[in-house]
Design a protein around this ligand. Structure first.
Ligand code: ADP
Ligand code: MG
Length: 250
């Protein structure tokens, strides 16, 4: 079983800045980001659209390089894709010509895991995430909620230290999102999740308060900075209507 609260430093950024090349020169997106993600915690990156949440998540995952500053995984600077992370995407990003089983095995294929071991690990991830019996289905035969379950299984099958989610529920209807969110949190809190920390990108304050231990608010004014960090904590009342949150992402 995964140890949930050992506090080991898994991801860290120091002075991270990121800008994209645009028609009018460099577009600054992130500036001076100092962030730590430790084993046992769920960190929400909260901010309005365009505040750089996805960019920060991609920098942490090593999918885009920092413009300056450092990103480390277990104190080792990243030189490419972060080996300790796996990503769940807003719009699922499944391959439509592959079955559920094949989609889930993809992450392991990239790591060179043999066929028999891949099949077994995928079956376990499929089971865990409530897709038992759908192994041979194609994505187009599934509802949105079921497709996102495939997205989760594909990420979880590699047992990443840190599960990265980029607005994973925002393409789902409210009830489906609520169910999936609840199931995931139950798995996480009962220690059945094969991952040691979660980074959740969301623009949904309620979701951040419900799921996270720590909420990092990215500000759009000034651009790309960490504006505030809240410790939510399971022992504290989770005040959904906190005016502080509302004020911070206006
Ligand atoms: P969020 O996820 O909070 O909505 P993003 O990280 O997607 O924010 O985007 C932050 C800013 O960076 C936006 O202004 C967006 O247009 C810009 N941006 C994001 N990705 C790219 C890219 N690949 N090339 C150029 N600009 C980008
Ligand atoms: Mg985004």
């Amino acid at each position: 079983m995964t140890t949930l609260t050992n506090g080991e430093l898994l991801l860290e950024t120091v002075g991270l800045t990121k800008s994209y090349a645009g028609a009018d020169g460099e577009l600054p997106v992130l500036s001076g980001i100092d962030l730590q993600v430790r084993a046992g915690e769920v960190v929400a990156l909260l901010g309005k659209s365009g505040s750089g949440k996805s960019t920060l998540l991609r920098c942490l995952a090593g999918l885009v390089p920092a413009s300056s500053g450092t990103v480390t995984y277990k104190n080792t600077p990243l030189t490419g894709a972060n080996p300790g992370t796996a990503m769940v995407f807003q719009t699922f990003a499944l391959l439509p010509w592959l079955t559920v089983q094949q989609n889930v095995e993809l992450g392991l294929e990239a790591k060179g895991v043999g066929a028999a071991e891949r099949a077994e690990a995928a079956r376990q991830a499929i089971d865990l995430i409530g897709l038992d019996g759908f192994e041979s289905a194609y994505p187009k035969e599934l509802s949105g909620g079921m497709r996102q379950r495939v997205g989760f299984a594909r990420a979880l099958v590699v047992e990443p230290d840190v599960l990265m989610m980029d607005e994973p529920f925002s393409a789902l209807d409210v009830l489906t999102a609520e169910n999936l969110r609840g199931e995931l949190m139950e798995l996480w809190e009962s220690g059945q999740f094969p991952t040691r920390a979660i980074v959740l990108v969301t623009h949904n304050i309620e979701e951040a308060v419900l799921m996270a231990d720590r909420i990092v608010v990215l500000g759009a004014r000034p651009y790309g900075t960490i504006r505030e960090v809240f410790e939510v904590g399971l022992d504290r009342p989770r005040d959904r209507d906190s005016p502080a949150f509302e004020d911070l992402i206006d």
